[in-house]
Design a protein around this ligand. Sequence first.
Ligand SMILES: [Zn+2]
Length: 264
Amino acid sequence: MPSWFSRFISPLVSFSGRCVVCRKPLRPQERDICTCCLSQLPLTHLSDHEENILEKYFWGKIPVVHASALFIYYQGADSHMILRNLKYGHQPSVGITLGRVMATYLADTSFFDSVDAIVAVPLAGDRQRHRGYNQAECLAKGIQEITRLPIVSEGIVRHISNKSQTRLSHAERYQNVDGIFKVELPERFYGKHILLVDDVVTSTATLTSLARAFGEGHHTRFSILTLAMASSITETPYYRVDNREDMENREGEVYMPDDRYDDF
Ligand SMILES: [Zn+2]
């Protein structure tokens, strides 16, 4: 058993309920997801690699420092139950638990070293009222428990409720999220390194739109951390490009996959 895994399991207090993946009763030391399902998550291992594929995905779009995701999301995989319960199952605790898992997994790396604050991707007001919570915020809270980094949400809003990205083409996805976020007084983030947190990354559209709402000229840098990464990202030839400067010169002409995997 890897050390991060046992560190995560051991401090948990007694909790009852059923595993969000296999629905078997949880043991006293388990919370939301059982040890067996947790150990079988298809981890991305992105943090093992400098300039990993997810980071390259954002090159040329935003000033990205690090990017990571805990597991790969495959259509129909068991792990999609985590995303489904997190988003639609009225189970915000799943987000906090998995946020702790994400941060524990990265705790021994340099991922959080220069991060100043965590920003969860905001939901539009009507969607959050309907759901009762923001799943990205739940993940951020779990990450905060482990890292002690501050979460900043004040003045960062999704002021346009865009339609679901699920059935849109790549180009439509970018149009759909363009300008939907608003950051008040972006100069307060001058020179800061912000960790953007979301539940799943399927294309760069949403996270890029949020990062751009921080404005240009403030030297704000970003890292990306999501619970899941769509398997379509690993299937694109995009990541085979090795040169960051080359990618920055080619913004707008880079092939990105249409996503077919976030319909969970
Ligand atoms: Zn389970």
